[in-house]
Design a protein around this ligand. Structure first.
Ligand SMILES: [Fe+2]
Length: 377
């Protein structure tokens, strides 16, 4: 029998406390946006750097706005997967673990050619491995709508409130730093590192699950992505501590991201929202429990005083950030698609290259179920 759910979180329970403004966790300002963008330079390139390999994916920031997201029923196809993964991995597949505790790298599988059973198994395999790098993919070369049709199998497409998207495809979230962009240098005038651990858009009521990010252009070296296994981070804690975390809920806020975008001349496509989620969530396919907090978007534990909330959240952020033994560093290469399960991982970009190379990636972000927790046992 499926375990009973514990109090699905609803609204912020104490309206007299401003849980978003008074919390810990810092929205660390990212390093991109329309102010730093020159379409002409992106198309033509420079003496040192070629023009964009995928001009159809160059960002646009249309002013169109969207109504609040409506709830929807998510069905996770990983539940239907054959655990032998025989439809996902044919005779040519080469699968290797990236580390002992998180991640895999796959050669010899073409994601775009998977049948329905293969996609079901993909959802489950990614939930188990947390993050998987698929090499030699044709994803970026497909018409954008075909890539979206593939991703739409895994959930309703999320339209990001502040990011640029390719013309006519707001469902694609772009990560883009243009040729000769100097924001990296500017960033390190102010900061000592670029680490921004987070899971994507956790302020939404139904944050993403199986998530796809594919490389269009990137530096020869640098721009790797760090991933942390949030289920392993949970398991590492003592049973007594795990027990204490159960039942706690925290506010996740999209307000700072929207404010930052406005301040930088960017867009806000949807009015920012906050959501209350459990600190420990259960994965609908694997049944695993995972920490579900991150310093970019989690602000405050409901019912705790500010100092108490800061103390506990900062401990958890530190625990996740230092957990190199449950982290992996994914190297990008042309034609790579990285798939992660956003429910049970955190990730961070790295801003470590400074040779003016363009970095351009596209994300397909299917939303999943509302986070829920099952009782501590
Ligand atoms: Fe992200």
């Amino acid at each position: 029998m499926a375990p009973a759910l514990v109090d699905p979180p609803t609204e912020i329970e104490r309206s007299d406390i401003n849980y978003t403004k008074s919390g810990t966790g810092e929205y660390k300002v990212p390093f991109s946006g329309p102010k730093a963008y020159s379409k002409e330079l992106e198309l033509k390139g420079t003496d040192k750097h070629a023009g964009s390999s995928y001009p159809n994916y160059l960002p646009t920031w249309p002013s169109k706005t969207y109504p609040p997201l409506e709830p929807f029923e998510h069905y996770d196809h990983g539940k239907d997967a054959d655990a032998s993964f025989k439809n996902l991995f044919g005779a040519d597949a080469k699968v290797a673990d990236l580390t002992a505790n998180i991640g895999a790298e796959v050669h010899g599988v073409q994601l775009s050619k998977l049948n329905q059973q293969g996609k079901d198994e993909l959802a489950r395999f990614v939930a188990e491995k947390k993050v998987v790098a698929f090499r030699d993919q044709d994803f970026a070369d497909l018409p954008i709508q075909e890539a979206l049709d593939f991703g739409g199998y895994f959930g309703r497409h999320h339209i990001h409130p502040t990011s640029g998207g390719p013309e006519g495809h707001p469902e694609i979230h772009l990560v883009h730093r243009g040729t000769d962009d100097t924001t990296a240098r500017d960033f390190f005038e102010e900061r000592t590192n670029s680490i921004t651990w987070h899971s994507d858009v956790t302020y939404e009521k139904q944050p993403p699950g199986t998530t796809f990010l594919y490389l269009l252009d990137g530096p020869l070296a640098g721009g790797d992505t760090l991933f942390a296994n949030q289920a392993a981070a949970y398991r590492r804690l003592s049973p007594e501590f795990q027990k204490r975390l159960h039942g706690l809920k925290a506010v996740h806020s999209g307000i700072e991201q929207a404010e930052n975008s406005r301040n930088r001349g960017g867009i806000v496509r949807r009015e920012p929202v906050t959501s209350v989620h459990p600190l420990v969530r259960t994965h609908p396919v694997t049944g695993e429990k995972a920490l579900f907090v991150n310093p970019q978007f989690t602000r405050r534990i409901i019912g705790y005083k500010k100092e108490e909330s800061d103390f506990l959240l900062n401990f958890l952020y530190d625990h996740i950030a230092k957990g190199q033994d449950f982290q992996a560093r994914v190297k990008w290469a042309p034609k790579t698609v990285v798939v992660w399960d956003n429910r049970v991982t955190a990730h961070s970009a790295l801003l470590d290259w400074d040779d003016g190379a363009r970095r351009h990636l596209a994300r397909i972000t299917p939303q999943a179920e509302r986070p829920y927790e099952t009782p501590f046992e």
